[in-house]
Design a protein around this ligand. Structure first.
Ligand code: M6R
Length: 604
């Protein structure tokens, strides 16, 4: 979603912030802009890629700049709605991530005072409001403005009277300060500035930050100066190359064996439960996440419930926050509920809000996250870091894989700890988890046969994905992948559920992808396939190696490598990712940056 970068130092700021802004492009945006200090504040902004803005940008000698990539929330993508927003007198420029809930009433009141708005954006109230309160100190003016606005935000401001100063603040959306050598940075995301510094300050909500080339100051709401920690973060391997692949998504699909391998050491450590603070008999688990991470959570439910006696519920983050309190809250300490939050980015606003709600209720919170140092990892009680490496494609692939792996590892640890797995059984599970990378490599090696299936889908009106038991979440994930990158309508369903309504939609132009592994639901699934086939829907099945029956009732089939059905979600996921990728490729969509989507969803 929106990205913010600011620089103040002794070097030409324009080049630095534009280069940094490009590091955030993968997150999805529709326009970009920059403000520099020339004789007064100069703003340049354009709809479309950063290159559009660069093409109209004049030279600059400014050593201070703020820049922004916008993902539209209020008002269409356009030059006027792009950030930074300024004052008509060119005295100030503001960039904003998030949303201002009460902007309409503030706008009306500012308009009645004579302020002239040029955009439809909620953010445009900010430069006017801050200017209105400005009487020589930008921190003070921003603080006064904060008393009026409600919403979630990261804001960065520059003012003509303070040419070497950036003032910034956050509430519920990310803000990091990068500390350099006679230069300092503000950003919404550490990726933007890691090239320049690994010394990072993480301000809390409503702490106002003032950075100049030589200083960083933090203030509380009473404008008292406060101390802060500077943390050294691990340098994240920067991903800028597709390594010979046509898209980042394809590269990331092929990186999955390595991602799983790299994550293993983190997951199969000694005493992992103590490390996560899980030192009591857990009575219930709630898993909370969005999108693909939610689907990983659903897989986790099946595996945890299969291996332990612990009941697991799975909720969308956006629903969890407003639902009834978690079961077990308010009971004895020994039954304290565990809430597992899954977010590859660690910045998803809905999941962060859910984490805070869970903590407020007294739950123990554990996050499964792919970005060390991200917001969620700093707010929860325990963290499992997956080591997929940076994921650039908007469609989550390798992070989904390692999230599932983390949940399998958690399930085995919980089962061993509670005695439902003895040591030999635990060791058997551990070795099975270790074998997953080689299993999925076999699917990757078979990608040519997946490509051949594409023509059966490119003209489809709609595609149904069905599965049962632990592969029902994979049906959901298969449908999500297909719709987000190919724009073909797709639905994921438990196979037994189609006859309760959706069967009405099936026909020759509605193919079905059925995940048919040989677990205890196999015979029922066969009947479901027959039902769909009787409605003339073309059936593609994903079945286990050596299955003699499913291919006979399918129009096409794909064989998984030999694998225990409980581990089948891993190779099934690779098959579904590749199928969607090749279909989208055939249709010529923008696979790495699908329309309307963002990699990191920082608004609720
Ligand atoms: O960063 P998160 O895992 O919290 O993101 C959650 C969803 O926005 C994300 O999984 C989304 O559904 C995927 N990009 C879809 O491929």
């Amino acid at each position: 979603m929106c990205g913010i970068v600011g620089y103040t130092g002794h070097k030409p700021a324009q080049e630095i912030v534009i280069e940094s802004l490009k590091k955030l492009e993968y997150r999805g945006y529709d326009s970009s802009g920059i403000a520099t200090y020339e004789d007064n504040i100069r703003i340049c902004k354009k709809e479309g890629p950063i290159a559009n803005m660069e093409s109209v940008l004049s030279e600059s000698t400014s050593t201070t700049a703020i820049a922004h990539t916008r993902w539209a929330t209020h008002g269409v993508p356009s030059d006027a709605n792009a950030h930074p927003h300024g004052h008509t007198d060119n005295s100030i420029a503001v960039v904003h991530n998030g949303t201002i809930d009460n902007y309409l009433s503030i706008r009306e009141s500012l308009e009645s005072e004579g302020y002239n708005f040029l955009s439809e954006s909620d953010s445009e109230i900010l430069p006017f409001l801050i200017s209105k309160y400005y009487s020589g100190d930008l921190v003070e003016a921003l603080n006064k403005a904060l008393h009026e606005i409600q919403g979630i935000f990261t804001i960065a401001v520059i003012h003509e009277n303070h040419p070497d100063e950036i003032v910034a603040v956050r509430n519920e959306t990310p803000l990091v300060i990068g500390v350099g050598n006679s230069e300092n940075f503000v950003a919404s995301d550490i990726y933007a500035i890691l090239k320049y510094t690994q010394q990072i300050i993480y301000p809390e909500d409503y702490q106002i930050v003032r950075v100049t080339a030589e200083s960083v100051e933090l203030f509380d709401a009473e404008l008292k100066s406060i101390d802060y920690n500077v943390e050294t973060v691990e340098k994240y391997t920067e991903v800028s190359e597709k390594g010979g692949f046509e898209h980042f998504m394809l590269k990331e699909i092929f990186e999955q064996p390595k991602a799983l391998q790299d994550s293993l050491t983190e997951l199969l450590v000694e005493s992992p439960l103590e490390r996560l603070g899980l030192n009591w008999k857990i009575g219930s688990i709630s898993i909370v996440a969005c999108g693909t991470s939610y689907h990983a959570g659903l897989v986790g439910k099946y595996v945890i419930e299969q291996l332990t006696a612990i009941p697991v519920s799975v909720s969308y983050s956006s629903e969890f926050r407003y639902a009834a309190p978690v079961q077990g809250v308010g009971g004895l300490l020994s039954s304290r509920p565990l809430v597992v939050l899954i977010s590859q980015s660690g910045e998803t606003a809905d999941t962060l809000a859910a984490a805070r709600a869970a903590k407020q209720q007294g739950c123990h919170t554990v996050a499964i996250c792919n970005v060390p140092g991200s917001r969620i990892t700093r707010e929860v009680d325990g963290v499992i870091i997956t080591k997929s490496g940076q994921e650039i494609g908007v469609a989550a692939t390798k992070t989904f894989m390692t999230q599932m792996q983390a949940l399998y590892a958690l399930a085995t640890h919980l089962a061993f700890n509670s005695g439902s797995l003895d040591h030999p059984q635990y060791k058997l599970w551990e070795s099975e988890i270790r074998r997953i990378p080689s299993k999925i490599t076999q699917v990757l090696n078979n990608c040519e046969s997946i490509k051949k299936l594409v023509p059966h889908f490119t003209r489809a009106k709609s595609v149904f994905f069905v599965g049962r038991n632990i592969n029902y979440p994979l049906a959901l994930e298969g449908a999500l992948k297909l719709k987000e990158i190919s724009y073909i309508h797709a639905e994921g369903y438990p196979a037994g559920e189609l006859k309760h309504g959706p069967l009405a939609l099936l026909g020759e132009d509605t193919p079905v992808v059925a995940i048919a592994v040989q677990d205890h639901t196999y015979s029922k699934l066969m009947s479901n396939i027959e039902e769909m086939s009787a409605r003339k829907a073309p059936i593609l099945t994903v079945c286990q190696k050596g299955d003699q029956q499913v291919p006979k009732i399918s129009d096409y089939h794909f064989e998984l490598p030999e694998i225990d059905p409980v581990l089948s979600p891993f190779p099934v996921a690779v098959f579904l990712q590749l199928l969607s990728y090749y279909i989208a490729h055939d249709l010529g969509t923008d696979i790495d940056k699908p329309r309307n989507l963002a990699k990191s969803v920082t608004v609720e």
